[in-house]
Structure formats: C-alpha cells, structure tokens
Design a protein around this ligand. Sequence first.
Ligand SMILES: Cc1ncc(COP(=O)(O)O)c(C=O)c1O
Length: 393
Amino acid sequence: MRPDPLGYLANELQTLRDQSLYRPLRVLDGAQGARASVDHRSVVNLSSNNYLGLTTHPVLLERAQQALRDFGVGTGSVRTIAGTMEIHMALERRLAAFKQTEAAVVFQSGFTANAGTVSSILTRDDAIISDELNHASIIDGARLSRATIKVFPHRDAGAARRILESLPKTQRRLLITDGVFSMDGDLGALPELCALADEFGCIMMVDDAHASGVFGRDGRGTVDHFNLHGRVDVQVGTLSKAIGALGGYVAGSRALIEFLHHRARPFLFSTSHPPSVAATCLAALDVLEGEPGLIARLWDNARFFKAGLQALGFNTGVSESPITPVIVGEAATAMALSDGLFARGVFAQGIGAPTVPPGKARVRTIVTATHTRDDLQYALDMFAAVGAALGIR
Ligand SMILES: Cc1ncc(COP(=O)(O)O)c(C=O)c1O
C-alpha cells in the first residue's frame, strides 16, 4: 500500500488537540433559534448570528415556500449567463434603497462579497490600508488582488494616517474596516477613517456583516448609525446573519456594481442563489421595516446580558454591540468554560487562535431578539457557576 500523502494532516490535528484548539462540530438537531437542540441537548443558544430570530420567522417561511412553488429550487446557472431572475433584481433594487445607494449586487455569501470585491477593484499597483482585526474574507481578497497590504493597529486612525502619509498620493488606496468586529463586538473607527478617506482621496469601504439589521435606522448599518451617507464608497452587508438566510451584498455607485458584474469572480463563476433565498431576504427587509420592535428587543436583551456578565466580574472587553466576549486568556480555559456551560444547557462557543490572538481566547456570546429574560438569566446563572468552578473572573 502506498504511504498516505495526506498523513501530515493527522499530525496537524494532533497539534490542535494538544493546544486545546481542536473542536468537533456541534450539530443542531432542529431549527436555529434562541433555544435549540444541539447534539441532542436542549440549550439556550448564545452562538448564532441570528440576531433577530428571522431564521424561523413566519413571514420569511411563507415567502420562501411561495417562491419554491413559483420558481423551483435552483437557478441552474451563474448570474451572468442564465441565472438572473427578476427576483434577484428586485432584491438588489430593494437593498440599494435600504442602504441609500444607487445600486447593489448580491453575492453567494458575505465572504465572497468581500473577497470578490476587494480582489477585483484593486490591482498590484494599488494599496489597501486595513484594520488588523478585519475579517478573513477581506484579508483573502487583499491577497488575491496582489495590492500592497498595509495593516494598522485596531481602530487606530492615527496609525492609518501615518501609513497614508507614507504612500504616494498618485497610488490608488483603499481604506477598509469592519463596521462591527465579530470577535470583540466593538465598532470600527468609521467616522475617523471617512475623514481620512476625504483628506487623502482614498476609496472607503466598510464590511457591515454584523451591523446590518442591528445598527442604524431599521438596521441600515454603521454608515447610517454614524450618518455617513455618501462618504463610504463600498458598503458590504450579509444576508446570512440578522437577515436570517444566506448571501452577501455590495451597495454603492452604479459604476461600481456594473464593474463587479463584469469582474468579481464569485459573481461570474458561481451559481446564483435559489430564488427562495432571494424571496426570503426580500421578506426579511419587509420585517425589518415593518417590525421595529424586533431591533429594540435585541438591544434590550443585549444591554441586560452584557450588564449581567459585567456584574459577575467577567472581562467582556470593549463590546458595543450584541456580541459580548468573555475573555479568559488561554484556549484551554475558554474551551473548559464553553464545555461546562454546554453541560449545563448553555451553548456559547469557545474561540482561540488563530481566530483571536494567542492569550486572548474567549467564549463569545451573541444574544438575539427572541431570547426571553428567563433564557438570559439562566445563562448568566450558569456563567456564574461554571466561572466560579474554574476560578475565572
Ligand atoms: C465581519 C464579517 N464579515 C463577513 C462575514 C462573512 O459573511 P457570510 O457568513 O455571509 O459569508 C462574516 C461572517 O462570518 C463576518 O463576521
């Protein structure tokens, strides 16, 4: 028998086990929700990005089912050949209106929206100036573009300025930040970066994956939250988190969107969303605009839970959003906290390197609009119990 050429992978996995970074997949036995059955255990679920509970909202379910009956289960083609249906166009018109831009284009995911956009609007002659904690999809897009990558310390607009001062003014430069950082729950330095983009003539881009549906009027995101309309050239949002379905989008000028139609590789070379997904997202936008109480409940829950964790003495970092980390330091401690919580009916994932820097391992919590106060109080009680047993404060 020939030796297994992939044998080294088993060694890599063993290294992960040795570092407490090996995580078997948790499996949901039913629907995603504030309470869920995970690995056959009923849990309060603090691990999803289902901020508004839309994954099972009756309006979304009904509209998805109607679209399945009307248009079938798939499109059978990429967008640029035969895979564009009127419902895709309707969703993009609606997203553009929502984000107050000329146009929008939907990708298969937020990941491909970021990676496909950054890699196509920049070339090897250009530069990207990027917050050090920006999402992996931005980093991959930057690498694919072959542009010069300059990273500034997290939220440090002063450092971004110094980088800009060191680059030739004639070079095309893209300034980019996440709107909300997914591991810390803090906001990007968007107003300060927009001021730099104005001063230095840069392209300004924000990834609002965790802000859309959460920040701004009816969940329009951080551009709306900070009232920066017209000053951010490229706005990315996701349809996979607060919107409850799947996909990502770019909102901006018509020229930007038409350019992406012609050059963004995930748009050109991967099949379009099933029409039911587009219908679901359209329904979600109706719900966002028609049920403002949902976002208010999300924020009430977020404030209650964050205050509860802080009152227990946990290090919750610098969060300003419904994402609240409990930072414990070593990966083994984070995994022990996560496992102890799970054994007591609370699902909050432990996260270590490379997703967060070494020594900053954490259990990340995300509350949703559909958690009850009893769910959240129960989770706080379990954090208190498991945290005390592990000596974490
Ligand atoms: C900041 C950020 N951007 C982009 C993405 C990718 O979005 P999607 O899950 O729709 O691919 C994520 C999600 O993991 C994210 O946290």
